[in-house]
Ligand binder design. Sequence first.
Ligand SMILES: Cc1ncc(COP(=O)(O)O)c(C=O)c1O
Length: 448
Amino acid sequence: MRTYREVAAELAAQIADGRWAPGHRLPTHRRLAAEYGIAVATATRVYAELERGGLVVGETGRGTFVRDRSLRLSSASESGGTDGREGTAVRADLAFTQPLSPSRADLLRTALRELAGAGDLDAVLRQQPPGGRPHDREVVADFLRSRDIPAHATEVVLTNGAQHALDLVVRAMFSPGDVIAVDDLTYPGFKSLARAHGLELAPIPTTATGPDLAALTRLCAHRPVRAIYTMPTLHNPLGWVLDASQRRELVSIARQHDLLLIEDAAYAFLADPAPRPLASAAPERTFWLSSLSKSVAAGLRFGMLVIPPAAAPAIGRTLRTTMASPSGLISAVAVRWLADGTVDSLEHAGCLAAGHHQRILHRELGHLHPIAHPRSYFAWLPIDPDQRMDRIAAELSRRGIRVCTADLFATTPHVPHGLRLALGSPATEELPSVLAEVRAVFDTVEPR
Ligand SMILES: Cc1ncc(COP(=O)(O)O)c(C=O)c1O
């Protein structure tokens, strides 16, 4: 009789060959046993082995399905994937920030079932207005008002994620050569947009608690700065939350120099309670944006942009020439989750999980003095300038641990040394051993 390993290897080869599409339902344990002439208990071991290898997913009461391996998994160690380099197996993905919680499949199944039972289902397939349907925008505005963002539905634009919201603002409001002030370490997605649209990024030096606002004032006095791109509530990658007086000063600088503010709140829900958003103090000049990528799911692609009323015509024109309108189907699901408290509870669960992972990080790597908000999805590990950032990152990569190096975030010609570790991909049980390996690499790679 064939062993479970032999049968698992044969099925694994067939899955790798692409014989079945992702999501394909595999035979029941009983049928597999009959097909291969093995015991049912052996068939169960076959599927367990394939699941451990990240090739299939078993869903209680539903069956066993081929997993889509082209996508990042919540736990990289089970993926057996590669990081794009020939032969480098990805053991842990500490590069990508995503929600730290379990599957959303059941939530999605319920939402789709409810949606299917709703009246006028055709509405989600009809062409949507550029910023989304009035009712959907109303629900988002209500949700945002509960977060101290004084949004009126006509100033809310539904987008395809926060990155799309940023792209809209950049396309609608700026021209090549415009100068935008940014932190000296900032979100890489904004750097790419600036590069693509020919904007000049003027770095604001950072202090331990946020941007150096005196330096920003000097910058604005000397350069024709048009806007500030900022993450006042849970900065990526440094995790800071600006206090009320820093926010007042930032708004006062913006008013004094007539600057636009781009307030990126992608991770703001993790820092609850936080001082009021800039959008509530300066709605006439603030573009506030966020998405459900970090609280619900990165693949949902549902973003929320609140614009100053005067920007409506420019944003409307840009919307029509870019995305035309948001997806009615995605908006219907997202809006349901915003209205029925699902997003609130996922945010809460995200905060708890992030806090737990931060405590593990501090236990394992506290001696390296990580910089992080206590409920952040990531942490910044500063490295002495003479100390080998590239060699540490290369050694981690050789061991299958992906991290982000400082050059990705830096807006200064001189790049500080540091790594950002995202803590969302490894499962909680695996995180200590992954971080212990990071510690071992720091211990073994010698200073120059
Ligand atoms: C600070 C920040 N803003 C925006 C985004 C983009 O988010 P989305 O996936 O909604 O496009 C990210 C994603 O990592 C981010 O870190």
